[in-house]
Write a protein that binds this ligand. Structure first.
Ligand code: NAD
Length: 258
C-alpha cells in the first residue's frame, strides 16, 4: 500500500471535540495529512488554540462553536461547513464527557447529560455528515469515539460505558445502512489516554492507573492523544478502504478496567 493512501489533500473533515485532547490531536493530524478541517467544540478559547496549531503548521481550519447535544446547532454548523468547503469526506465524532458515580447513586440528570453528549451528540453528528455526503454523492468515512470501557465492567462508569456501548451499536448499524452509499463507519475504542479528561482524576487515581498499566499492559504505558489520532487517520483515509463496521482498539494491548 503506497503511503499516498494516507494523503487527504483536497478532502474536508469535520471533527467534534476538537478543542482538546484526542479531538485536537485528530484535527491537527488530519490537517497535516492535507484535509481542510472544520473544528467543532463548546470550549471557545481552547478551540482557538487548535486553529492556531493547524494554521501555524500551514493547514486550513474553520472553527464552529457548537454543543453537539444540540441537534439544530450541529445541523447549522454542518451546513456552514458545507457552504465553506463542500460536503465532508470525513467525520470524526470525538466530543465526549466523563461522569463517574456508583449505580445506586446515579441521578437521572447525570444519565441524561452523559447520553445527550456522548451518544446523541455522536448520532446527530453522524446524521448531519452522512446526509451531506449522500446529497453530494461523495464517498465518506465516519469515525466515532467509543472506549475500552465497553470491554470491561468498570465500577462507577455505568452512564459513560452505556453511552459508549450505544456508540458501538450506532457505528455497526450505520455501517450496515450506509455501505451502499460508499460511506464507511468505524469506531475507535481507546484505552487510557493522557488528556485533560483523564487528568481531572486525582493524583492517587492517576498513580493507580499508571501502576496498573505498567503491570498489565503489554506496552507498559498509557496512551497519548497522537496514538489515537493516528488510528483515526487510518480509518479516515483510503488505507482502510475495505474496513467498515469495525471497532479499532488502540489500548496498549489490553482493555483495562478504570
Ligand atoms: P477532553 O476532555 O480532553 O476533550 C473532550 C472535548 O470534547 C473537549 O474539548 C470538550 O470541550 C468537548 N466537549 C465536551 N462536551 C461537548 C459538547 N457538548 N459539545 C461539543 N464539544 C464538547 O477528552 P479526551 O480524553 O480527549 O476525550 C475525547 C473522546 O475520547 C471522548 O469521547 C472520550 O470519551 C474518549 N475517550 C477518552 C479516553 C481517555 O483515556 N482520555 C479513553 C477512551 C475514550
Amino acid at each position: 500500500m503506497p503511503v499516498t493512501a494516507y494523503d487527504l489533500t483536497g478532502r474536508t473533515a469535520f471533527v467534534t471535540g476538537a478543542a482538546s485532547g484526542i479531538g485536537r490531536a485528530t484535527a491537527v493530524l488530519l490537517a497535516d495529512a492535507g484535509a481542510t478541517v472544520h473544528c467543532a467544540d463548546v470550549a471557545e478559547k481552547d478551540l482557538a488554540q487548535t486553529l492556531t496549531a493547524i494554521e501555524d503548521a500551514g493547514g486550513t481550519a474553520h472553527p464552529h462553536l457548537v454543543d453537539v447535544s444540540d441537534r439544530a446547532a450541529l445541523d447549522t454548523a454542518m451546513a456552514a461547513a458545507v457552504s465553506a468547503s463542500g460536503p465532508p469526506h470525513v467525520l470524526a465524532a470525538v466530543a465526549g464527557i466523563m461522569h463517574s458515580s456508583p449505580v445506586l447513586e446515579t441521578r437521572e440528570e447525570d444519565l441524561d447529560r452523559v447520553l445527550a453528549v456522548n451518544f446523541k451528540g455522536v448520532l446527530y453528528a453522524c446524521q448531519a455528515a452522512a446526509r451531506s455526503m449522500i446529497d453530494a454523492g461523495v464517498p465518506g468515512s465516519i469515525i466515532t469515539m467509543a472506549s475500552s470501557a465497553v470491554d470491561a465492567a468498570n465500577p462507577g462508569l455505568l452512564c459513560y460505558s452505556a453511552a459508549k456501548a450505544a456508540v458501538v451499536q450506532l457505528t455497526k448499524t450505520l455501517a450496515a445502512e450506509l455501505g451502499g452509499h460508499a460511506i464507511r463507519v468505524n469506531a475507535v475504542a481507546p484505552g487510557w489516554v493522557r488528556t485533560p479528561m483523564t487528568g481531572r482524576h486525582d493524583a492517587n487515581s492517576q498513580r493507580r492507573v499508571e501502576a496498573a498499566m505498567a503491570r498489565i499492559s503489554p506496552l507498559g504505558r498509557v496512551g497519548e492523544p497522537a496514538d489515537i489520532a493516528h488510528a483515526v487517520l487510518h480509518l479516515a483515509s483510503d488505507a482502510s478502504s475495505f474496513t467498515t463496521g469495525q471497532i479499532l482498539r488502540p489500548n496498549g494491548g489490553v482493555a483495562m478496567p478504570w
